[in-house]
Design a protein around this ligand. Structure first.
Ligand SMILES: *Cc1c(COP(=O)(O)O)cnc(C)c1O
Length: 374
């Protein structure tokens, strides 16, 4: 008789559902014997990283026997200059996912609660539950709202109690793509008590267009010491494989996050790549332009096919496919196209599609047209 390890696990861990990542290309190749595969499932930059970042990685290879700079001085200095924040406001992470974990570890306990929205990024429930804290899920916006399925900040505010320690807000949100306007988010920050940490996860901020009125929350840092803004190099900067992200907060909050951080949580290649990637404004602009064109093309297809979609400020589109999204996902797999079903997010009739290069989008639309005809 082996030990019943499940009963030994921490209460939150016992019922924890692991994160479901996008299907890797190599897995589809193994399972279906396909070779020409298009992956539009994890909101990665289809252009890849800046050539400057790749060069920096090559140069950093020489030093692989050495531990990375545990304080990430160069990357922090570059970010500090770029964002006009003190270095003491920065916390680096092994992806921004790591930073979300640090927030949970620093501020949540089994006696406390975290608030997030229905259809919000899946990592928020995971980090909350792993600590044993209680998740309070706020209803999302109704279908007739300007931002259907998006965060309802009034509903989130109504969930604040004496036990609330953290609220997680993704702006823009994944998987919906919806976003909060400047005035709404500012009103929320004003309304929430200072003892509640407000995480604004800006993983897709680079893709936001000026006419969307989707705010850069860094503007409020000086006013709200409980604000934690998280960013990543995984999306627009094309460095998902290296794992590097960061938080910007008031220095006292950054100090606490730093205490629970692993000593060398960001590896040396990631530090070098991210520092160089920040310098390449042109690559970022090109990436945004590819996304803008691709989004237009996908939207035109949806209109033409009579499909619904959620408004998106990111590099992906959540499309209402008129049947179980998972069925369409499986049909697309047979045609060598990987997308992301979002039934686990409470959106069973939607499919999340990352925006790719022109050629990748053409493959997707061909295959999707074919599937929807059947
Ligand atoms: C992809 C994503 C992240 C972070 O990813 P990392 O690779 O860990 O930086 C964070 N938040 C949202 C909403 C995302 O979609």
């Amino acid at each position: 008789m082996t030990c019943d390890f499940l009963s030994l696990a921490a209460a939150g861990v016992r019922t924890l559902q692991p994160y479901q990542p996008g299907k890797p290309e190599s897995e589809l190749r193994r399972e279906y014997g396909l070779s020409d595969i298009v992956k539009l499932a994890s909101n990665e930059n289809p252009l890849g990283p800046s050539p400057k970042a790749l060069m920096a990685v090559k140069e950093a290879l020489d030093q692989l026997a050495r531990y990375p700079d545990g304080n990430g001085f160069e990357l922090k200095a570059a970010l500090s200059q770029r964002l006009r924040v003190p270095m003491a406001a920065l916390t680096l992470g092994n992806g921004s996912n790591d930073v979300l974990e640090l927030v949970a570890r620093a501020f949540l306990t089994p006696e406390h609660e975290a608030i997030f929205s229905e259809h919000a990024f899946a990592v928020y429930p995971i980090v909350t539950q792993a600590i044993g804290a209680t998740a309070r899920v706020a209803k999302a916006n109704p279908p007739d709202h300007e931002m259907p399925c998006g965060h309802d900040l009034d509903a989130m505010r109504a969930r604040v109690t004496g036990r609330t320690r953290v609220t997680f807000i993704a702006n823009p949100n994944n998987p919906t793509g919806t976003w909060l306007k400047t005035a709404e988010l500012e009103a929320f920050l004003k309304a929430v008590p200072e003892r509640v940490i407000v995480v604004v996860d800006e993983a897709y901020l680079e893709y936001v267009e000026p006419d969307m009125d989707c705010p850069d929350a860094l503007q409020w840092l000086a006013r709200f010491p409980n604000l934690v803004v998280t960013r990543t190099f995984s999306k627009a900067y094309g460095l998902a494989g290296l794992r590097v992200g960061y938080a910007v907060s008031s220095p006292p909050v950054a100090d606490l996050l730093n205490r629970v951080r692993e000593p060398f949580n960001v590896n040396s290649l990631a530090l070098a790549a991210a520092t160089a990637a920040l310098e390449d404004a042109e690559h970022l602009e090109r990436s945004k332009a590819v996304n803008r064109d691709g989004r237009r093309r996908l939207l035109a297809f949806c209109r033409q096919q009579g499909l619904g979609w959620l408004p998106s400020a990111g590099n992906f589109l959540c499309v209402e496919v008129g049947r179980p999204g998972r069925d369409v996902f499986l049909e697309l797999l047979k045609r060598g196209v990987i997308t992301r079903p979002v039934d686990n997010y409470g959106l069973p009739r939607f499919l999340r599609i990352s925006i790719g290069t022109e050629a990748e989008n053409a493959r997707l639309l061909d295959a999707l047209g074919d599937v929807l005809k059947g």
